[in-house]
Structure formats: structure tokens, C-alpha cells
Design a protein around this ligand. Structure first.
Ligand SMILES: Cc1ncc(COP(=O)(O)O)c(C=O)c1O
Length: 417
């Protein structure tokens, strides 16, 4: 993933690989005014160390954000972290010993995979469908593990507009998941960076709200609704756990950037954060639509993909004979990138899938990026069909607005035995 991100930083590459929010949408004049006010009014404090738990003012902003999704955490249960990523790391640092079982979705957030493996967790991945994690499978796994005398440390989930799959856990499954947590005394780590980035439909209750914070540990971030560059996230957990997490954070980095926290406090004081989220939603909805249209137009009919109602990602699944790791090398030659699906699994699964991001590129770039990826996918499909002699299925591209030059099937030959 690191190598991939280095390549995609090249300006000539259309990157549908990262999870970058469009920070160019943030007005530079507001940023300048907020930072100037901090320099003029709180320079010494903003340049100083701060408390490990984070400032009360930052935690007030966090409570405001969580209230917007129907949650009311106790300020004492909140720790401000260096991004949501550190919150995931600290939860693992606190709870996981080598060999402990951890459960997550399959596919899961690619950034969580190295965290689980660096704490040497035994990771189990639960299949998903268009309604998110199959909680019936979670229950079956819990029963099986119980028989083996194994108690998983937690189940990690991104219930809304999941990274990477783009799907959302249904209301019914949310309620069932919280029940399972109670039945099995299972901690649920709810990671919710995208809940406010909903393009359509009614919001669903976060697990934290349904559970009241008994078994659900909540992870949030300012990265996707404001800026990932400020590296500000948080974790909400009950007192015995939060105390340990604070100790873990002290050992890791003493405190979260004071300057970044001052910026957030200043920004929230202007009471315009909702307008900015609305603006992002509008931009991303257009980009999501551009991506879905381009997929329809340029990907072969053997491909499938999710249709997210929010967030930043589409998950596309190709025929199993295509390895998206190999495909990426070919796509990079055409200056376009995506994340191969295997990055979202701990065990090599996902090798025919890919994560496509639609927040970090403009609509035209998205169309062109998907066109280029579609071309290499079609080449692979045609090659396979030529080699195996399988009957090629009709292309999905409609001649109405398709570009036939992109979809010329290779001539079929007799297979040699
Ligand atoms: C599901 C999920 N969790 C956590 C993170 C980490 O974000 P950050 O550390 O910037 O808050 C991301 C970033 O893409 C994410 O998608």
C-alpha cells in the first residue's frame, strides 16, 4: 500500500486508489483567518503540549458531531487521538495479546489489517452482502469459538458506507449485532468516519446509540468531514477501557497536536461545519454518479460493483481468473491506480476485487480513470476467453455512447491440448 501511494502521488497518475477527501473544497480564506486568530489570541497555548485526553473544547466539538448522528457520549469517556487510525491502534494495544481472536468484516478497512497483524491477532473475517456484515455468520462464528473456549477480544466494523465495500449495515442487522454483543459480552468497535457523508436515504442509528456505550467502543475522525492533514480523531469507551487507552497514548505520543485541536475548536466556533459537510456531500454525490455511470459504460458485463449511498468507495468484483494485483501493474502503465482487493483481507482473499475511490478526483478524471481500468479488464477477459475458448458474452457497453475501440474482443482460437 505504501509503494502504491508513492506511485499515485505522481501528478500524471489518475489515482482512484487513495481515500483522499477533496480538501480543495475548504475555503483557503477561512483557513487563513482561523489560523491568524489562533496566532494572535492563543499563540503560546497552541504551540504548547496538551493533555493526553485532549482539550475539553475539542471534546465539545466531538460531542456536537456525535449528537448530529444521535449520540450523547459522556465527555469523560472521550479521548482525542492522532486520527482514527491511532484510535484503532490504541484499542488493539489495550486489548489484544498475541494469538487473541479479533473479528472484522471481509473485506475490511485496509488500514486496519496491518494493525491487527502487528499485534499478532488471529483475525476472522465475516462475509458481507449489500446489507453489510452477515451478522448471522458472526453469530455462527461466536458459537463455534465458544465451543473451542475462545473469546474474541472484539468485532471491528465500519457500519456506514464501509471502506472498502461502500455498503451499509441495515437497521435490522445493527439491532441484532448489538444483541449479539450483549449475549456474548463481545466488545464492538464501531469505526464511523463516513456516517455524515450520506448522499440519499434516511440515516441509520449508529451502534453506539443503540447500545448506549456499554459494549460499543466508538471511533471517529475529523479526516473526512474536515481534513486528514490535521490528524485528529477520537475514541469513546467506558471508563475502565478509556483509562488504559490514555496510558497507551501517553506511551505513544503524549498528546494529540495542540495546534490541530485549536484549529478545530476555532472552526466549530464559526458554526458552519454542517454547511461544509453538505458541500462535500454534494461534490461526492456527483463523483459517485460519474463513477457508476463510467463503470456501466466501460466495465465488461462479467464485473459487478456496489452502489454506495454515501462515503468514498465503490468495490468492484471481477471474474475470479483476474488477479487485481497483476491488473494493477498493467493499469499503472496506463497511469491509473486502484487498491487491489487483497489489501482488505488478512488471508489473500479478494484477489479478484478492487477498491475504487471517487472523492479524490474530479468527475472527468474519474470517467477517464474508469475507462482506462475498463480497457485493461476487458483485455484480460478477452485473453481468458481466447485461451479457454469460452464463449464471449455480449459486452455491457452500449453502442449508444460506448467507444468500440475500447472493447474489441480478441479473436478466439482453438485451445491446444
Ligand atoms: C474506516 C476507516 N477508519 C479509519 C481511517 C483512518 O483515518 P484517519 O486516521 O485519517 O482518521 C480511515 C481512513 O481512510 C478509514 O477509512
Amino acid at each position: 500500500m505504501r509503494d502504491l501511494m508513492a506511485i499515485t502521488a505522481r501528478p500524471d497518475v489518475i489515482s482512484l486508489a487513495g481515500g483522499l477527501p477533496d480538501t480543495s473544497a475548504f475555503p483557503p480564506a477561512s483557513f487563513a483567518a482561523q489560523m491568524t486568530r489562533i496566532a494572535q489570541e492563543s499563540s503560546a497555548e497552541a504551540l504548547q503540549y496538551g493533555p493526553t485526553e485532549g482539550f475539553e473544547g475539542t471534546r465539545d466539538c466531538i460531542r456536537e458531531l456525535m449528537a448530529a448522528e444521535g449520540m450523547e457520549p459522556d465527555p469523560e469517556d472521550i479521548i482525542v487521538t492522532t486520527g482514527g487510525q491511532q484510535a484503532i491502534d490504541l484499542v488493539c494495544k489495550t486489548l489484544v495479546d498475541p494469538g487473541d481472536a479479533v473479528i472484522c468484516e471481509g473485506p475490511t478497512y485496509p488500514g486496519a489489517v496491518p494493525v491487527f497483524s502487528s499485534y499478532e491477532a488471529e483475525t476472522y473475517q465475516i462475509e458481507m452482502d449489500e446489507d453489510g456484515m452477515r451478522v448471522d455468520e458472526l453469530e455462527a462464528l461466536m458459537r463455534r469459538l465458544e465451543l473451542d473456549g475462545c473469546r474474541p477480544k472484539f468485532v471491528y466494523t465500519v457500519p456506514s458506507f464501509q471502506n472498502p465495500a461502500g455498503v451499509t449495515l441495515s437497521g435490522e442487522r445493527r439491532r441484532r449485532l448489538v444483541e449479539i454483543a450483549r449475549e456474548y459480552e463481545l466488545v464492538v468497535v464501531e469505526d464511523n468516519p463516513y456516517g455524515l457523508l450520506r448522499f440519499e436515504g434516511d440515516p441509520l442509528p449508529p451502534l453506539y446509540q443503540l447500545d448506549g456505550g456499554d459494549y460499543v467502543v466508538y471511533v471517529g475522525t475529523f479526516s473526512k468531514i474536515l481534513s486528514p492533514g490535521i490528524r485528529l480523531g477520537w475514541c469513546v469507551a467506558p471508563p475502565p477501557l478509556i483509562e488504559k487507552i490514555v496510558l497507551g497514548k501517553q506511551a505513544a505520543d503524549l498528546c494529540t497536536s495542540t495546534l490541530a485541536q485549536y484549529f478545530v475548536i476555532e472552526y466549530f466556533a464559526e458554526e458552519r461545519w454542517r454547511d461544509y459537510v453538505d458541500r462535500l456531500v454534494e461534490i461526492y454525490r456527483g463523483r459517485r454518479d460519474a463513477m457508476l455511470e463510467a463503470l456501466e459504460r466501460h466495465f465488461p458485463e462479467q464485473a459487478e460493483w456496489t452502489r454506495p449511498a454515501g462515503g468514498l468507495f465503490v468495490w468492484a468484483t471481477l471474474p475470479e481468473y483476474i488477479d487485481t494485483g497483476d491488473l494493477l501493474a498493467k493499469a499503472l502503465r496506463d497511469d491509473v491506480a486502484f487498491v487491489p482487493g487483497s489489501a482488505a483481507y488478512v488471508d489473500g482473499r479478494g484477489s479478484s476485487a478492487m477498491r475504487l475511490n471517487f472523492s479524490g478526483s474530479g468527475e472527468d478524471e474519474i470517467r477517464e480513470g474508469i475507462r482506462r481500468i475498463g480497457r485493461v479488464v476487458r483485455e484480460q477477459v478477452a485473453l481468458y476467453e481466447t485461451i479457454t475458448g469460452e464463449h464471449p458474452r455480449p459486452a455491457r457497453v452500449s453502442t449508444e455512447h460506448g467507444d468500440p475501440a475500447d472493447v474489441l474482443p480478441l479473436r478466439r482460437r482453438e485451445m491446444r491440448r
